[in-house]
Ligand binder design. Structure first.
Ligand code: HEC
Length: 222
């Protein structure tokens, strides 16, 4: 009896906590209705730094995707052009300013992480925004995107393994130049298909930006 009562009380607390969390995040009604009660959807939706192109998008997927991209995945920390332009002037939380992400660099890539071994290719983050086709990462299908995250294989082979002396175009052993470096695919690959779909869906709602990446097509955004 005592035990049962304990469980009942715990149950009541959990319900109260859920209500408080739901109320305090002020979810967008549509997202909440389609979220199946997952508060990450509303939290993610609220964390999106800019208005999203929601045409033909599934709000529950977009909200969850935003949760991964903007709340826990720090995609923009690496996939913007670098710390000096990640936030607008006066909007840098590390300077105790109210956070304001820079729309000009948001997910546009171009942050240079330098060379793994002196003299070899620099590792530079890629542009994740949609191109004029509306598909993210410059026109990736979902299968293509999922394959990249699951395997870590660089679909663009931008820095193949060196065959001779290392130079700025290749990556020498012991690193495998066929694989994306720095990018946390060894962790992200364990996300479920649904979670990856959510990230993909979110990335397809953000505005196209011209990144800082050498060789980016001049008409990327149409
Ligand atoms: C620690 C830094 C870092 C974080 C965090 C990060 N990335 Fe990356 N990502 C990179 C770098 C650097 C590359 C390019 C690596 C290379 O050239 O070897 C990359 C490459 C990629 C690619 C391959 C692009 C292509 O052309 O196919 C995708 C897709 C990608 N990242 C998505 C994401 C997403 C989505 C997130 C957040 C969930 C994320 N990344 C978080 C650093 C990061």
């Amino acid at each position: 009896m005592k035990r049962n009562l304990g469980i009942q009380i715990m149950g009541a607390c959990a319900v109260t906590a859920a209500v408080i969390i739901a109320a305090s995040t002020a979810p967008t009604p549509v997202a909440h209705a389609q979220s199946g009660g997952d508060s990450r959807v509303a939290i993610g939706m609220a964390a999106a730094p800019f208005p999203l192109n929601m045409a033909h998008k599934n709000p529950a997927l977009v909200g969850l995707g935003s949760y991964f991209v903007n709340v826990v995945g720090d995609c923009n920390g690496c996939h913007s052009a670098g710390p000096p332009t990640q936030y607008v002037k006066g909007g840098n939380p590390y300077m105790n300013q109210p956070k304001q992400v820079n729309p000009a660099t948001y997910l546009g890539g171009g942050r240079d992480f330098g060379a793994l071994i002196p003299g070899s290719a620099h590792i530079i983050s890629r542009n994740l925004t949609p191109d004029a086709s509306g598909l993210p990462v410059g026109g990736d299908s979902f299968d293509h995107f999922m394959h990249t995250i699951r395997t870590g294989i660089d679909p663009d082979h931008l820095h193949p393994p060196c065959t001779g002396a290392p130079d700025a175009t290749c990556i020498p052993a012991p690193f495998d130049g066929n694989l994306l470096q720095v990018m946390p695919w060894p962790n992200l690959k364990d996300l479920s298909d649904y979670d990856l779909r959510a990230i993909y869906e979110y990335l397809s709602t953000v505005p196209c930006v011209y990144g800082n990446y050498p060789g980016e097509p001049a008409n990327r955004c149409g």
